[in-house]
Design a binder for this molecule. Structure first.
Ligand SMILES: [Zn+2]
Length: 345
C-alpha cells in the first residue's frame, strides 16, 4: 500500500454567455453541478471560480471568444456567496479564487476571504511575457511577486517562463508552482526550469489545464523527461537525500498539491483525509521489485494495465480492482457530454 493524496483543483469558468450570445444556466447552478460531480465520483475539490475580466494587460475589451469567461467582481462575489450557501465547505471541498489575469487580480483579491487559496495562470507562453514587459515593464511572475504578498496560499499555474531571478524568488515565496506537464507539452508552451526550482526548495504541484490527460503518473514522468531531453542527462530531479527521482517527485507533488488546495490531504495522519492508493503487488512491473523501487516502476514503467488497483478517497474505496464504483454510468455521461460539445462546436 502506498499513501497518496489524489486531489483535484477544479477551476470553474464563468459560462454565463456562450459565444453565440445566448444565456445558459446560471453560473452558480453550473458550479454546483461541478461540485456535485466531484462528490459523486469521489474527487476532492478546491474550487476557485475564475475571475476573468480583461483581455491582455491594459484592460482591453475582451475578445469575442473570451466573452463567455467574463466576470465582474460583484458577479464573482455573488457566485461565491451562492455556492458557499448551497454547498458548504468540508474536508473534501474548499473554495478559492482564480483571477485569470493580473488585472483581474488587482480588483478581486481584496474581496476574497483571507487565507482562501489563490490560483493564477501566469507566464504560460512567451507572448504573455513580452506583453507584460511592454505593458507593465516587468516579467509577469516578477511583477506579481513585486506587487502582492505572494505566499503559501498562492498557486502560480504554469509559471513556465521564469528567469533565474524569478525562479529563485518564487521558490522562496512559499507559493506552489502548478505544473500542467501534459497540457504544456500538448500546447507547445515550453519547459519549466524544474531542476533549478527544486534545488531552491520550491514547492510544486501537478495538474491538468486542458485535460488532454489526467494521469498523475504521466505528469510526473514528463516533469523529469522534459529536463532529461533539455539537458541530455539522466536522473536530473534526483537529489542526494532522495536518490530515486520518482520518490522525490511523488512526495513533492503531494506536499505542493496539499498546499495549493488548502485542504488536509497528502499525508496519512490523524486529522487528514484518508486518501490513498493500493498497488497490485503481482503486476509484472512490480512483482520482481522490492518496495524501495515500486514507486519508480509505477511512475516510469508503462506495460499493460495500471498497477494502481484500488483508490480510497476519504476512507471510501471508489476504485476497486481498477474499476470505479460507477464507471459505466460516468462513461455514458462523458460520451453524452462530448457528443453535445462536438455537435455545438
Ligand atoms: Zn492555463
Amino acid at each position: 500500500m502506498l499513501k497518496a493524496g489524489y486531489t483535484s483543483v477544479c477551476e470553474f469558468h464563468y459560462v454565463h454567455h456562450a459565444p453565440d450570445g445566448k444565456r445558459h444556466a446560471n453560473p452558480a447552478e453550473l458550479a454546483q453541478r461541478v461540485v456535485d460531480a466531484g462528490s459523486e465520483t469521489g474527487i476532492g475539490m478546491t474550487m476557485p471560480p475564475v475571475l476573468y475580466q480583461y483581455s491582455g494587460f491594459n484592460a482591453q475589451p475582451p475578445r469575442e471568444d473570451q466573452r463567455r469567461f467574463i466576470n465582474t467582481t460583484e458577479a464573482f462575489l455573488d457566485l461565491l456567496g451562492a455556492l458557499r450557501h448551497a454547498r458548504l465547505e468540508h474536508g473534501a471541498l474548499r473554495y478559492g479564487v482564480a483571477p485569470h489575469s493580473l488585472r483581474a487580480l488587482l480588483e478581486g483579491l481584496d474581496a476574497m476571504s483571507p487565507g482562501a487559496p489563490v490560483h493564477i495562470h501566469v507566464a504560460e507562453q512567451t507572448a504573455e511575457v513580452e506583453a507584460s514587459l511592454a505593458a507593465l515593464g516587468a516579467r509577469p511572475v516578477q511583477w506579481l511577486l513585486d506587487h502582492f504578498d505572494v505566499n503559501a496560499r498562492w498557486c502560480l499555474v504554469h509559471a513556465t517562463h521564469v528567469d533565474a531571478k524569478e525562479t529563485d524568488a518564487l521558490a522562496r515565496s512559499g507559493a506552489t508552482a502548478g505544473l500542467c506537464l501534459t497540457t504544456e507539452a500538448n500546447l507547445g508552451d515550453g519547459i519549466f526550469p524544474a531542476m533549478d526550482y527544486l534545488n531552491a526548495q520550491g514547492a510544486f504541484g501537478i495538474g491538468s489545464d486542458s485535460h488532454i490527460g489526467v494521469d498523475w503518473r504521466a505528469e510526473l514522468r514528463l516533469l523529469e523527461y522534459g529536463q532529461r531531453l533539455l539537458r541530455r542527462q539522466r536522473n536530473v530531479l534526483a537529489s542526494s537525500r532522495t536518490p530515486h527521482v520518482a520518490d522525490r517527485l511523488f512526495q513533492g507533488a503531494l506536499e505542493g498539491g496539499a498546499r495549493a488546495t488548502g485542504r488536509a490531504v497528502g499525508v496519512l495522519v490523524e486529522g487528514a483525509r484518508a486518501d490513498f492508493i493500493v498497488l497490485d503487488a503481482g503486476h509484472p512491473d512490480l512483482a520482481e521489485q522490492t518496495s524501495a523501487t515500486w514507486l519508480s516502476s509505477v511512475v516510469f514503467c508503462e506495460h499493460g494495465e495500471t498497477p494502481v488497483r484500488d483508490v480510497v478517497v476519504g476512507g471510501e474505496r471508489v476504485v476497486h480492482d481498477r474499476r470505479h464504483r460507477d464507471e459505466a454510468r460516468h462513461y455514458a455521461d462523458y460520451r453524452r457530454a462530448l457528443s453535445h460539445l462536438v455537435a455545438n462546436a
